[in-house]
Design a protein around this ligand. Structure first.
Ligand SMILES: *[C@@H]1O[C@H](CO)[C@@H](O)[C@H](O)[C@H]1NC(C)=O
Ligand SMILES: *[C@@H]1O[C@H](CO)[C@@H](O)[C@H](O)[C@H]1NC(C)=O
Ligand SMILES: *[C@@H]1O[C@H](CO)[C@@H](O)[C@H](O)[C@H]1NC(C)=O
Ligand SMILES: *[C@@H]1O[C@H](CO)[C@@H](O)[C@H](O)[C@H]1NC(C)=O
Ligand SMILES: *[C@@H]1O[C@H](CO)[C@@H](O)[C@H](O)[C@H]1NC(C)=O
Ligand SMILES: *[C@@H]1O[C@H](CO)[C@@H](O)[C@H](O)[C@H]1NC(C)=O
Ligand SMILES: *[C@@H]1O[C@H](CO)[C@@H](O)[C@H](O)[C@H]1NC(C)=O
Ligand SMILES: *[C@@H]1O[C@H](CO)[C@@H](O)[C@H](O)[C@H]1NC(C)=O
Ligand SMILES: *[C@@H]1O[C@H](CO)[C@@H](O)[C@H](O)[C@H]1NC(C)=O
Ligand SMILES: *[C@@H]1O[C@H](CO)[C@@H](O)[C@H](O)[C@H]1NC(C)=O
Ligand SMILES: *[C@@H]1O[C@H](CO)[C@@H](O)[C@H](O)[C@H]1NC(C)=O
Ligand SMILES: [Cu+2]
Length: 576
């Protein structure tokens, strides 16, 4: 029989078909194009109209919807007077650090009239993430959800919801937010508190002159809804609750967790949490419940002590409704005290990775390098151009180093081996000296400053303990790491004890996230594998603390193989 006999051909054809099917089943990612025009838009909230920076005139900004494996091409065109850069919060950006976005870390800002195409692939992630501006305080109004669906034909590890609803919390100032932060940096004090929190851009009925700006979610009894919660507030961790309802937490920071029920969710700026809401089948038609969010606040400063609310409204299928007509009360949820750290701890301790065969928790079991970082506030001297009281200003630091923003992007300096005069590689692995971090602070509360990084060889397994300090005041700090997810292997109160605490670490099913609240007056231990070459920002996601210098960067060197190296910069990368 010859090679081209019909039987051989048929065999070859069926083999090819089977192969093609295999490839299709594996889901070949597609490329999704978005155009983001940064422009000003007049918006009225709380009876006050102001001009805000938006994407495409929308507030909150447009939703990005993609599937795991897809490539995103987001063309950003800057039509406003401000420098802009956008960050795709939680996206791993494997070897594509140029698309990560923090200004002066991975790119120079997109200046007025310029554009830049963010080009990246979503690899190994599905769930809720979000995008936001990453320069000054522009993220106050420049933010939106990123919904990453699983690959085609791959189900959720929980029942398919009837509907999926992004719920993005924001923080609203009546005044211009760029003026707020520049004024604070000028005087060296704390920036003015916000006037309201928002749900999907709307403050809701608990504020004056705001009832018409209320987010409403209509539900059908018996159906299940997936709420994709995102905390985009600038400076406040939030409790979220729906009157008379419990929700089931199923995912945090785009990683599935072991489901658990709760009536209150705690979410820090930078975090996302997916919850299932079952609309009860025995609730009367048109019944309404408030869904609300208000701060969890532990710091020394005052805060915006207000509550944003939306309305959950029940709608029965029309036939059953006609007869009854009742005036049903609007039920309000109950919240813990604003500083209920015990509640916060109980909540975060419930978060556990799924740790199944399909969704393993790949916790680094061995550690190559250990770091101990103190995080907290301090003071610094003022420059001549500032107008400070007593010549001091509030500052914030990691290991007593308050980060000074460079004039060019760290990633460029790293890639082109031109770090001289841009950054130094001596970021300390430990604080300069030991003290009772959560006790009486040392007399000298001055911080030092610099543009310092930690350099890590490719695939270093890192253990990092972050210790809150009580200098000026103990406070929960939501630390966010770019370029990686990390495992939260332990947390506790007081001073971290390197002798006894590691024995209690959870290396089996710790939660995997990109943002973690360092407990107020306590510590948290995380582990991550430095398998992503580039320069990766780590900072407090309370924007006020970032402005004060609570930030640093990790430089992860290339590996040996071609697919372990940072890609070269795109040709349209903005210049400084
Ligand atoms: C996006 O990046 C990929 C991989 O580096 C590259 O092949 C492609 O040409 C880029 N696309 C655009 C529009 O820049
Ligand atoms: C901040 O608050 C102070 C005191 O109330 C006020 O004088 C100042 O104008 C406010 N700043 C802005 C930018 O609104
Ligand atoms: C709402 O307006 C009333 C009357 O003007 C005022 O007394 C009250 O303090 C305001 N409440 C808030 C939360 O601003
Ligand atoms: C809501 O909960 C309260 C008590 O927590 C209860 O009295 C009330 O009947 C409930 N209402 C509905 C509509 O479920
Ligand atoms: C915040 O407001 C609540 C009422 O909503 C009040 O009970 C509480 O004392 C206030 N807390 C602070 C610190 O102002
Ligand atoms: C529910 O609300 C709709 C529209 O708001 C109204 O037409 C209907 O009569 C109401 N039904 C009941 C039972 O109150
Ligand atoms: C919470 O705040 C109250 C003041 O409203 C204070 O008395 C209490 O000690 C604080 N609790 C904690 C745990 O800090
Ligand atoms: C400034 O210094 C004086 C004298 O040391 C002190 O009394 C005052 O409280 C200080 N003011 C501030 C705002 O720190
Ligand atoms: C640190 O200070 C706290 C609060 O004053 C105290 O309870 C604790 O015992 C001190 N720890 C050490 C190790 O001295
Ligand atoms: C921080 O650095 C400053 C300036 O070098 C120094 O005076 C201070 O003692 C240091 N503080 C701590 C807590 O390390
Ligand atoms: C915008 O960025 C460029 C490049 O870093 C810088 O030279 C310029 O001063 C910035 N402009 C503003 C208004 O911050
Ligand atoms: Cu902080």
């Amino acid at each position: 029989m010859g090679f081209c006999s019909p039987r051989v051909l048929l065999f070859a054809l069926s083999f090819l078909l089977a192969f093609a099917e295999l490839v299709i089943a594996k889901h070949v990612g597609i490329t999704r194009h978005y155009k983001f025009d940064i422009k000003m838009q007049k918006v009225t909230r709380l009876c006050q109209t102001k001009s805000i920076v938006t994407v495409n005139g929308q507030f909150p900004g447009p939703r990005i919807i993609a599937r795991e494996g897809d490539r995103l091409l987001v063309k950003v065109v800057n039509h406003v007077q401000y420098n802009v850069s956008l960050h795709w919060h939680g996206i791993r950006q494997l070897r594509t650090g140029w698309a990560d976005g923090p200004a002066y870390i991975t790119q120079c800002p997109i200046q007025t009239g310029q554009s830049y195409v963010y080009n990246f692939t979503i690899t190994g992630q599905r769930g809720t993430l979000w995008w936001h501006a990453h320069i000054s305080w522009l993220r106050a109004t420049l933010y939106g959800p990123i919904v990453i669906l699983p690959k085609r034909h791959i189900p959720y590890p929980f029942p398919q919801p009837h509907k999926e609803v992004p719920i993005i919390f924001g923080e609203w100032w009546k005044a211009d937010t760029e003026t707020i932060i520049s004024q604070a940096l000028q005087t060296g004090g704390a920036p003015n508190n916000s006037d309201a929190f928002t749900i999907n851009g709307l403050p809701g009925p608990l504020y004056n002159c705001s009832a018409k700006d209320t987010f409403k979610l209509k539900v059908k009894p018996g159906k299940t809804y997936l709420l994709r919660l995102i905390n985009a507030a600038l400076n406040d961790e939030l409790f979220f609750s729906i009157a008379n309802h419990t929700v089931t937490v199923v995912e945090a920071d785009a990683v599935y967790v072991k489901p658990f029920k709760t009536s209150i969710v705690l979410i820090t700026p930078g975090q996302t949490t997916n919850v299932l809401l079952k609309a009860n089948s025995n609730i009367p038609n048109n019944a309404t419940f408030l869904m609300a969010a208000r701060p969890y606040a532990t710091g020394p400063a005052t805060f915006d002590n207000t509550t944003t609310a939306g309305i959950l409204e029940y709608h029965h299928p029309s036939s059953a409704t006609k007869s009854q007509k009742k005036n049903l009360p609007l039920l309000k949820p109950k919240f813990p005290k604003f500083n209920d750290t015990l509640f916060a701890t109980k909540f975060t301790n419930k978060l556990r990775s799924l740790a199944t065969k399909k969704f393993p928790a790949n916790v680094p079991k061995t550690v190559n390098k250990q770091f101990f970082f103190t995080v907290g506030l301090g003071i610094s001297t003022c420059s001549k151009t500032q107008t400070c009281t007593n010549n001091t200003r509030v500052a914030a630091a990691i290991n007593n180093v308050s980060f000074v923003q460079p004039n060019t992007a760290l990633l460029q300096a790293h890639f082109f081996r031109q770090s001289k005069g841009v950054y130094t590689t001596d970021f300390p692995a430990n604080p300069p000296f030991k003290f009772n971090y959560t006790g009486t602070p040392p007399n000298n509360i001055m911080v030092s400053s610099g543009t310092k990084v930690v350099v890590l060889p490719f695939k270093t397994s890192v253990e990092l303990v972050m210790q809150d300090t009580s200098i000026i005041g103990a406070e929960s700090h939501p630390l966010h790491l770019h370029g990686f997810n990390f495992f939260i292997v332990g947390q506790g109160f007081g001073n971290y004890d390197p002798k006894n605490d590691p024995a209690k670490f959870n290396l089996v099913d710790p939660p995997e996230r990109n943002t973690v609240g360092v407990p107020s007056g306590g510590w948290v231990a995380i582990r991550f594998l430095a398998d992503n070459p580039g320069v990766w920002f780590m900072h407090c996601h309370l924007e006020v603390h970032t402005s004060w210098g609570l930030k640093m960067a990790w430089v992860v060197n290339d590996g040996k193989r071609p697919n372990q190296k940072l890609q070269p910069p795109p040709s349209d990368l903005p210049r400084c």
